[in-house]
Write a protein that binds this ligand. Structure first.
Ligand code: ZN
Length: 241
């Protein structure tokens, strides 16, 4: 029988059974003892036993009787946090988009959901931890272009295709070119290209986001993105690229 678990904020495994949460109390050769998470707060003395702390295992014994109702909203809120943490470690996605996708799957009404602000903090912390683990040299919010180290997760698309096509590296005139191989193939098929720079929506250490669009079947597709250190040097840099 599949057992369901939730990971606590401290990383401990919690068993989810019939809407109640249990923490690991003890382990012996033949079974694992779990006690209700409310054992302190509500003096609930329910313990259950399982044959395993893996995804499959058996609950041993009868269905327990708690001295309190199952807190579905609390469990759902925990599930949301756990889902976000997992996603933040795997998927390159804007924090807001990630949060709204996870929240859209929450059965309503869940009253105990954390605020968007605290969910954003959870996602950001997880992303930073993950980046630190996978790439020790990562500087969080670098002050200069030289300090910028790009972790692997920001070099690839969600489908694990290479997205950071070119990094000029080096000093103050560093620039980055983002496009997938598929995007370049599409661009090569387009007879008309539109190039435009924007100065407002760029990370602080860059001054310009330059986008090359291709007109493909009457649709204007953004296919190449260039983060540039300033406006004037972009033309020089690109011509040497
Ligand atoms: Zn209980």
């Amino acid at each position: 029988m599949p057992l369901k678990f939730i990971t606590s904020q401290r990383g401990a495994l919690m068993l989810l059974y019939n809407g109640y949460l249990y923490t690991n109390k003890s382990v012996n050769k033949s079974n694992i003892t779990w006690r209700c998470v409310e054992y302190r707060k509500r003096l609930c003395s329910v313990v259950i036993y399982t044959t395993s702390d893996k995804r499959t295992g058996e609950i041993i014994g009868d269905s327990p009787v708690h001295n309190h109702a199952a807190d579905v909203a609390h469990v759902e809120a925990r599930k949301v946090k756990e889902k976000l943490k997992k996603k933040a470690s795997k998927v390159c996605e804007n924090n807001g988009v990630m949060i709204s996708k996870v929240l859209s799957k929450v059965p309503s009404p869940v009253v105990q959901l954390p605020t968007i602000k605290s969910l954003t903090r959870i996602v950001q912390r997880q992303k930073t931890d993950w980046a630190k683990k996978t790439d020790k040299a990562v500087v969080v919010n670098p002050k200069t272009l030289q300090d910028l180290v790009i972790p692997n997760m920001y070099r690839m698309t969600n489908d694990e295709e290479l997205f950071l096509l070119y990094d000029s590296e080096g000093g103050v005139d560093r620039f980055l070119v983002y496009a997938t191989a598929k995007n370049l193939e599409l661009l090569a098929e387009c007879e008309l290209w539109y190039c435009d720079g924007t100065f407002n929506l760029v990370p602080l250490i860059f001054k310009q986001l330059y986008i090359i669009h291709g007109l493909y079947h009457d649709k204007l597709l953004p296919l190449v993105y260039i983060l540039a250190p300033n406006k004037s040097q972009l033309y020089v840099s690109l011509s040497s690229f």
